[in-house]
Design a protein around this ligand. Structure first.
Ligand code: GLY
Length: 402
């Protein structure tokens, strides 16, 4: 494929510098074993701390204080999901029972039609739980949740609505790039039930997002607002990024992960091309640091002093590991080496907190919403979730290639 060849040439140039970062370091097997053991110890302490606090889910840790949420917060599924990954890596009864306990706390969200975040909430928790236990109750929750999510699909627009918030009347129908992630719940529901509308509407959403959300260089806007009568895009803006024209790092990571997943689920080449284009934008960007932990926004005005965002790195890392399985040769090697660099860096003391600190979260230094001055340079459950997912994916990759 032409795109793949061009990308291969472009990205191969990065290889020598990526390799030299890791040549004198410990074997990846050890990095992964130690990082998973660290994650398990912290997460077991976290799980024990809130086991009797009904409905409580960890969220972040700031100014020496724990921040928690109930199930309605968009991040409610990440801690249960993290426990499922840890159980997958170390099938201890204690991890299983905590994974079940915290998953149960998110159950009510299957009926929530007021958010697009049901994929995050339910697939990380119930989806991983169902994958690992085949519990039919979990399957039911996933199918109900997927049906609730589809209630937010507007036929004239051809997209699932992300936010009901109109930003003071500016947005008729706001769709954010993050929404690509929630499509995985629909694909799962299609595979489980055989009902094709789950798949068809997910494809419709991915196609229109591909048309409207991306600039020529494959970077994406955060928010696109549509006219509900004509279905046309009206405004392209940011909410959590530096500016409307900037590339907010987590948005780029959601896009990369979203189109990689959409390719896996459908086999449509256009989604692979899109994921590869996003990867090229990210890996060849002049503001991408050598350790591949992005600044919170690629156009932050104070680079190189801008804050890094561990959550973007973790999401991107997980996506690159998967994407490396869909390409060959140098490109595959490049994606794996970048992911390896990110894992080593996230697992280092610069990003992994010491035991007993950081409120028992695994990683430090994520940025939630900088312009809103919310969750800035703090631990976040989704950074931890995608970090442990990446460790798990990389471990399977090593087992496959041994
Ligand atoms: N979906 C919200 C975020 O990425 O911050």
């Amino acid at each position: 494929m032409k795109t793949t060849t061009t990308l291969s040439l472009l990205l191969t140039a990065l290889l020598p510098c990526v390799s030299c970062l890791s040549s004198r370091e410990k074997p990846m097997e050890e990095v992964i074993r130690e990082a998973l053991a660290d994650a398990e110890a912290k997460s077991l302490r976290m799980a024990a701390k809130y086991a009797d606090a009904e409905g409580v889910l960890p969220r972040s840790f700031a100014h020496g204080e724990m921040q928690t949420s109930d199930s309605r917060w968009w991040c409610s599924g990440f801690f249960p999901g993290l426990l499922w990954y840890l159980y997958e890596n170390d099938p201890k009864p204690e991890l299983l029972s905590y994974a079940r306990l915290y998953t149960g706390r998110v159950e009510a969200e299957q009926y929530n039609t007021g958010t697009h975040d049901l994929g995050f909430m339910l697939l990380c928790s119930f989806g991983n739980g169902y994958r690992l236990t085949s519990d039919t109750l979990y399957r039911r929750v996933l199918l109900t949740g997927a049906a609730s999510l589809l209630k937010r699909f507007h036929p004239a627009v051809g997209l699932i609505r992300s936010w009901d918030n109109t930003n003071g009347g500016l947005w008729d129908y706001a769709v954010i790039i993050d929404n690509m992630m929630n499509l995985e719940l629909l694909f799962r529901a299609w595979r489980e039930s055989g009902e094709e509308h789950f798949r068809d509407l997910a494809v419709a959403h991915a196609d229109k997002t591909l048309e409207e959300h991306f600039r020529e260089d494959f970077s994406s806007w955060h928010v696109v607002s549509y006219d509900t009568l004509s279905g046309e895009a009206q405004r392209k803006q940011t909410h959590q990024g530096f500016s409307d024209a900037s590339a907010w790092a987590r948005g780029q990571a959601w896009g990369l992960y979203g189109y990689t997943m959409a390719y896996r689920e459908t086999g449509h080449e256009r989604y692979l091309t899109q994921a590869l284009g996003i990867a090229r934008f990210l890996l060849s960007h002049p503001n991408m640091p050598a350790d591949y932990i992005p600044y919170w926004d690629f156009n932050a005005p104070d680079i190189p002093h801008a804050l890094r965002d561990a959550s973007s790195a973790a999401i991107m890392c997980s996506a690159l590991i998967e994407l490396s399985g869909y390409v060959e040769g140098e490109l595959r090697e490049t994606f794996r080496r970048v992911a390896e660099t990110q894992l080593r860096r996230l697992a280092s003391p610069d990003y992994t907190a010491r035991q007993g600190e950081n409120g028992d979260f695994i990683l430090m230094h994520s940025v939630g919403h900088l312009p809103g001055n919310s969750e800035v340079d703090v631990p976040l459950t989704y950074a931890d979730y995608y970090f442990v997912e990446s460790l798990t994916r990389y471990k399977y990759l090593m087992l496959d290639t041994m």
